[in-house]
Design a protein around this ligand. Structure first.
Ligand code: HEC
Ligand code: HEC
Length: 388
């Protein structure tokens, strides 16, 4: 009896000792994690990005890398300098449905400031409520894009602006007719005169004014901008970990970098769905180079919370789902990797920069938390008075 009692006592002591050790270890782990995050907080909010931990970059990403940070000042091209009169004219035209065939659809119909300057639809509808094939991009910060559209088929905002006007499924109007309609509206003369020095109304001037207005649509400083400027307590621990993962383990920074959170390059992340009804050859449609099959312009992640649903086809409705896809190395179903287009066999080659990331559920949540810090609130924009 005595013997059994002492055994029970020994067992009890061992268990409680073990338990103690274990909770000490858990305690220590938590403390280590806390001090790691505290250190990261200090570095990232130091106001000096050269103090930040080194980013984890692939060799092929290095030539196109610049650190994430603030958006630089907007540059206006030499042949289309800024003036507030030109901006106002551009804004008026952007809202004017008379540029469309039906006189019902304006640029602002699909690029609505109350909807993050896009339309928050999977794909847009335009003339006669026809559906397009791609998700409308936000024009927020479009001044920083070095080519326009998901496939980069326009090289300047001036060049871009007449494309939706002429697109049969969007505004469905010949550009000369559209310009002619604007020229007949008396009230526009004064706006053109103020913007360009005389009353002449041409399609070139319409393009220049719209482009000038679009360049002014820039995000105000986000939570991220304020945090890296030194508002050290603005980020939660999860947001700090998300920022760190974005630059390191998750390697988002290989492509989504610079103040614009895009390197402005074209990459294939396995979204082209070849041989399916939604097949989209992306950049290939512009260059006809086989290596460009399935590549799309790396989109900016600024304001991403406001610009869903996401991807060129609006196929994702959740940011966490997108992160999970990257986590799995962007698997592309075998049957969607090849297609025959105009008699040519084409293959989708996913970027080598995508791989299994082994992010835990907590890390996925942290990355998502960080992405939300890149967005700002909708700003109220008062629509212009349309001239008569
Ligand atoms: C019917 C809806 C619709 C209308 C109207 C429309 N857009 Fe778009 N816009 C889109 C879609 C969809 C895309 C992406 C198309 C693609 O990549 O092929 C886009 C892309 C853009 C882009 C590219 C942004 C970037 O970062 O690359 C700009 C700029 C733009 N539109 C400006 C305009 C202007 C200016 C007008 C008016 C003249 C206009 N849009 C009218 C739907 C529309
Ligand atoms: C190899 C380059 C590359 C890497 C690495 C990369 N992305 Fe992307 N990302 C892209 C491209 C290209 C698209 C657009 C694809 C499309 O539209 O089909 C995109 C789209 C997105 C979108 C949708 C944005 C929108 O406006 O529709 C999100 C969100 C996103 N990426 C987040 C991330 C995150 C988070 C990581 C890191 C886990 C990451 N990306 C890593 C190239 C990359």
């Amino acid at each position: 009896m005595k013997n059994t009692l002492s055994w029970v006592l020994v067992l009890f002591l061992t268990v409680s000792l073990l338990n103690n050790c274990l909770s000490n270890k858990v305690q220590k782990d938590i403390e280590q994690k806390k001090s790691f995050i505290a250190k990261l907080r200090e570095l990232y909010a130091s106001g000096d990005s050269s103090k930040w931990p080194v980013p984890m970059l692939d060799e092929e990403a290095k030539p196109y890398f610049s650190e994430i940070g603030h958006l630089p000042d907007i540059q206006f091209p030499k042949d289309n300098e800024y003036s507030s009169e030109k901006e106002l004219l551009g804004k008026t035209l952007f809202y004017d449905p008379r540029l469309s065939g039906s006189n019902q659809i304006a640029c602002a119909s699909c690029h609505d400031p109350e909807l993050g300057w896009c339309d928050n639809r999977m794909v847009s509808f335009g003339h006669d409520r026809q559906l397009g094939t791609r998700n409308a991009m936000s024009i927020l910060n479009t001044a920083y894009a070095t080519s326009l559209f998901w496939d980069g088929r326009a090289s300047s905002l001036e060049e871009q602006s007449e494309m939706p006007i002429q697109d049969q499924k969007e505004m469905s109007e010949h550009i000369d007719i559209a310009a002619g309609k604007i020229a007949k509206i008396k009230g526009y003369e004064i706006l053109f005169e103020k913007a360009f020095g005389d009353k002449a109304i041409t399609k070139e001037r319409i393009a220049k004014a719209i482009a000038t207005f679009e360049r002014t649509i820039k995000s105000s400083p986000s939570k991220f901008d304020r945090f890296i400027d030194g508002e050290i307590n603005l980020f939660t621990d999860n947001e700090i970990m998300g920022l760190h993962l974005f630059r390191t383990k998750a390697q988002c920074i290989n492509c989504h970098n610079s103040g614009y959170f895009s390197n402005n390059r074209f990459e294939n992340i396995g979204t082209s769905l070849l041989s399916s009804e939604q097949e989209d050859l992306g950049r290939y449609l512009v260059t006809k180079k086989s290596e460009d099959v399935g590549k799309f312009r790396v989109p900016s992640l600024r304001e991403v919370v406001r610009t869903g649903p996401w991807m060129h086809n609006g196929s994702f409705t959740s940011l966490a789902d997108i992160i999970q896809i990257y986590n799995k190395g962007n698997p592309e179903p075998y049957k969607n990797r090849t297609t025959v287009h105009n008699g040519i066999e084409l293959t989708s080659q996913k970027s080598d920069m995508l791989r299994l990331l082994e992010l835990t559920d907590e890390e996925v949540m942290q990355l998502e938390a960080f992405l939300t810090t890149l967005s700002t609130r909708n700003q109220r924009i008062s629509p212009p008075i349309l001239p008569k």
